[in-house]
Design a protein around this ligand. Structure first.
Ligand SMILES: [Zn+2]
Length: 341
């Protein structure tokens, strides 16, 4: 294959993270009417091979070390119809980049444009500037989904291995949370949160869901509890009641496999596996509130094959109809306000 288009693309991506985008430079605009048929054709072609297509609602990448050509080939191999792949702004680069949208230009059937990942340091060190850019770009470019905002985030297992200590703690009901929820409430554009499941954090989240009923919130990493001693309330019954109370709350299903241990607590943090039948009962009763997600990231972007295998392991435990909804139909409905039958 001729590598030149990729080299050119990578170079442009690299440039765009180094230089802040001026207001007049924003030319990209997502047009769902134009993209729709390409998305549907890809979903259909995966179905024709006997595989259930997946829309990955939540993954991110480091633009400096990313090969889009090999990524889309991996999507083909694994029946990933579309990826909502957000760019993680890098240390030393600009707070915002629209390089990820160029993926949708180059591979229009594969990518659903998604805002940048709100993580450390772009979001934690320059929070209001990040929100300025988020609001401006999401609105001007008609992006249908915002990235993952870290409010409460312990170090990931891989960061623990690397000795990096990330402990993000931004009050969800503080001024930044209000600004984000308010923007989502006004625009109807969904956003993702990383928010550890702990007793003391539930009331502030409920307060925000209550105050901003039109804010569509995707709470990432369903049933992932890192320290059981800090979480006595969250259960299938609690989540069931929460979903009844707040119709705009969604869960992404990116969580570890049954063997996955959180190294700082020594506990299996993907709590789904210990109570699979009760969680499945909840998912079956509200399938459109659960979204398939791979949670690929800059340090595991080459793991699409293995991560998809794990995601399909979870999906295969669900009845056929529910599986199809969680795999791609719920994301389609949430993002585009229409149902795939
Ligand atoms: Zn996360």
């Amino acid at each position: 294959m001729d590598r030149r288009p990729f080299l050119k693309f990578s170079f442009l991506s690299f440039l765009s993270i180094q230089t802040p985008i001026s207001r007049s430079e924003t030319k990209y605009q997502f047009d769902f009417a134009k993209s729709k048929q390409g998305y549907l054709n890809r979903i259909q072609s995966i179905q024709n091979t006997g595989t259930i297509p997946i829309i990955d609602i939540e993954s991110s990448y480091n633009p400096t070390f990313f090969d889009p050509e090999s990524f889309v080939r991996a999507m083909d191999r694994n029946g990933i119809a579309q990826s909502c792949l957000s760019l993680d702004p890098q240390r030393g680069g600009s707070v915002w980049s629209d390089a990820s949208n160029q993926l949708s230009v180059k591979f229009p059937d594969y990518f659903i444009p998604t805002g940048n990942g709100a993580n450390d340091p772009a979001w934690t060190n320059n929070s209001n500037q990040f929100l300025d850019e988020n609001e401006r770009n999401i609105s001007a470019q008609k992006i249908p989904l915002m990235g993952e905002f870290e409010f409460r985030h312990y170090s990931s297992p891989r960061q623990v291995q690397r000795g990096r200590d990330r402990d993000v703690n931004i009050a969800i009901d503080g001024s930044l949370g209000h600004r984000l929820f308010s923007f989502a409430h006004q625009t109807g554009i969904p956003f993702q949160i990383h928010y550890e499941i702990e007793d003391g954090l539930l009331a502030p989240l409920e307060k925000m869901l209550n105050q901003y009923p039109n804010a569509k919130v995707i709470w990432c990493h369903f049933a992932q509890i890192r320290y059981s001693s800090r979480s006595s309330i969250y259960s299938p019954e609690y989540l069931d009641a929460l979903l009844d109370k707040y119709p705009n709350l969604y869960l992404d299903t990116a969580f570890g496999d049954s063997q996955s241990i959180y190294p700082l607590s020594g506990e299996p943090h993907a709590r789904y596996w210990a109570n699979q039948s009760a969680w499945n009962k909840l998912i079956i009763s509200k399938p459109y509130r659960f979204l398939a997600a791979l949670d690929l990231g800059g340090d595991r972007i080459d793991k699409l094959d293995l991560w998809t295998q794990k995601l399909r392991g979870f999906l295969n435990g669900l009845p056929e109809q529910t599986k199809e909804i969680v795999a791609y139909k719920s994301a389609w409905k949430l993002l585009f306000n229409e149902e795939i039958t």
